[in-house]
Design a protein around this ligand. Structure first.
Ligand code: HEM
Ligand SMILES: *[C@@H]1O[C@H](CO)[C@@H](O)[C@H](O)[C@H]1NC(C)=O
Length: 331
């Protein structure tokens, strides 16, 4: 073989190697995967789990917040932690809109983030912390363990201006509710299961008084009306008093299928809760979930998985926020 030929083969070899390298580089964006941080921050998921556990010990209601966050962040265009951003001089935060009413415990997301940052600075996104805290919060509440993928990155913009196009209101029609979830790939049993999250936590009187005053909504269970009137004695709730009704009086701290028995018993607090139990499209699933906790958990896990993977930023899109409530400064 002449040296020219040899050179040619070397050349081919280098071309092949560099192609392979380049394509490996392109493939770096594998989207969401299980245990995305296994090489870059192997302890990440354990740290989050431990923080969720410690916070839950001190403040049980943090788990409600982690569960509600996954809906309010992921359903609004993307799971990109835009929910966690504070208002700036120019933009209103999602947190401060009417649909976000009652969201709480945001400062404890920072507690989790700080614990993760101490171990692996600048590696783990707030979007993944939000999703993993929901996963671990669900377990604290007695719900199923749902394995979830990671690799989400953080957005830089609040979506307060378009949030109402994505998050249904408390009195939305079931058609709109089903449509909004279908747009994310969540089917009817999935929607029924997700609303089962209203098996924990609370609803403030401001979201309920329209069902009590000036007339009581006749579809409400009279026994439950008595309780609601006791908890919400004023047509215009005192904004300084924190007045609310627990979503599930039976087992308020446990994520279980008691919610479905409540709504079949006309004890659903929100109009959407009531309609879930009466609409022809959703009622069969409500009945089935009321009977079978396993079925509820199975559908709930499936729907949370889809919700948690709604349109994430991956690869080199977005950023890894240093602090969850503010976008990074650009230099
Ligand atoms: C049609 C869809 C939904 C509507 C209209 C809706 C509306 C509401 C409203 C008005 C409250 C009461 C807030 C307050 O007064 O403090 C609430 C609470 C709550 N929601 Fe939803 N929600 C929906 C779906 C979901 C989903 C899909 C999840 C989670 C997977 C969820 C989780 C929660 C939780 C955990 C609470 C209690 C929060 C707490 O006690 O801090 N909701 N929701
Ligand atoms: C739903 O409730 C809001 C107040 O929270 C009200 O402004 C709106 O008109 C109601 N929508 C329907 C369809 O009743």
């Amino acid at each position: 073989m002449g040296s020219k030929t040899l050179c040619f083969f070397f050349f081919l070899f280098f071309v092949a190697v560099s192609f392979k390298y380049a394509s490996a580089h392109d493939e770096e964006d594998n989207g969401l995967v299980m245990n995305f941080y296994k090489d870059t921050c192997p302890q990440a998921e354990d740290i989050i789990k431990e923080q969720v556990r410690l916070l839950y010990k001190r403040h049980k209601n943090t788990a409600f917040s982690w569960l509600r966050n996954i809906f309010h962040d992921c359903a609004v265009q993307s799971c990109d932690a835009s929910l966690l951003l504070d208002s700036t001089r120019r933009t209103l935060s999602e947190k401060e809109t009417d649909r976000s009413f009652g969201l709480r415990n945001f400062r404890y997301i920072e507690t989790i983030k700080e614990a993760v940052e101490r171990e692996c600075p600048g590696v783990v996104s707030c979007a993944d912390i939000l999703v993993l805290s929901a996963r671990d919060g669900i377990v604290s509440l007695g719900g199923p363990y749902i394995p979830l993928r990671t690799g989400r990155r953080d957005g830089r913009k609040s979506r307060a201006d378009i949030l109402e196009n994505y998050l249904p209101d408390h009195n939305e029609s079931m058609s709109v509710v089903l449509e909004r979830f279908a747009a994310m790939g969540i089917d009817t049993p999935g929607v029924v299961a997700l609303l089962g999250a209203h098996s924990v936590g609370r609803t403030h009187c401001v979201k309920l008084v329209h069902r009590l005053y000036p007339q009581v909504d006749p579809v409400l269970n009279p026994g439950h009306v008595e309780h609601m009137l006791y908890k919400c004695p004023d047509e215009i709730p005192d904004p300084k008093a924190v007045q609310y009704v627990r979503n599930d009086r039976g087992t308020p701290m446990i994520l279980d299928n008691n919610y479905y028995r409540n709504i079949l018993d006309n004890k659903g607090l929100l109009i959407v809760d009531h309609q879930l139990a009466t609409d022809k499209r959703t009622k069969p699933y409500v009945k089935k979930m009321a009977k079978k906790q396993d079925y509820f958990f199975k559908e709930f896990s499936r729907a949370i998985t889809i919700l948690s993977e709604n349109n994430p930023l991956t690869g080199t899109k977005g950023e890894i926020r240093k602090q969850c409530n503010v976008a990074n400064k650009l230099h």
